[in-house]
Design a protein. Structure first.
Length: 169
């Protein structure tokens, strides 16, 4: 679905005023789950963030927090995992930019070449601590958040208990 001139102008105004713009996409049909992403982090050399399946208002707070922390240098733009904001760990996985073109059109409409945005997908676990790339993850969670990250098979093999030993990038 193409973005409108009004959406592009609103995004540009919000970037000028607040540093970033948050764009939520509501589900297209019953049973689908929406998603939300940032527009504007590219301007500061930071990756844009996208998350599927969680309420937009919860993710808006998280995205604003992550932008501020990355912008001020308290969190690396190369972060792979965050244990500080939620009561669960989230992974921030690199995503091939062009895989997300249809999901994050507004980013591409605001940032024309040569500004090719980079993306990180915020990935969250099911209630047992499994992530969408793991076979043990619940089917509902896998359906709510399609996984577009670039993990290898070796990266995917872990148990929730192993998460305790990992640290934020």
């Amino acid at each position: 679905m193409a973005t409108t001139i009004h959406q592009q102008q609103t995004a540009i105004e919000n970037i000028q005023l607040y540093g970033i713009h948050l764009h939520g996409q509501c589900p297209e049909k019953p049973g689908d789950h929406g998603y939300i992403y940032t527009v504007g982090m590219t301007k500061y050399g930071l990756p844009e963030l996208i998350c599927f399946g969680l309420p937009h208002n919860r993710m808006a707070g998280y995205f604003n927090y992550m932008f501020q922390e990355m912008y001020e240098g308290r969190i690396s733009k190369d972060i792979k995992r965050d244990d500080d904001f939620w009561t669960f760990s989230t992974y921030l996985d690199d995503v091939d930019t062009f895989v997300l073109r249809r999901h994050a059109e507004l980013v591409f409409d605001v940032f024309k070449r040569p500004h090719i945005p980079k993306f990180k997908q915020v990935v969250w676990p099911d209630n047992k601590g499994y992530y969408p790339w793991e076979k043990q993850c619940s089917a509902e969670i896998k359906a709510r958040q399609p996984y577009f990250g670039t993990r290898t098979k070796r990266d995917k093999d872990h148990t929730p208990d192993q998460d305790q030993s990992l640290s934020v990038g």
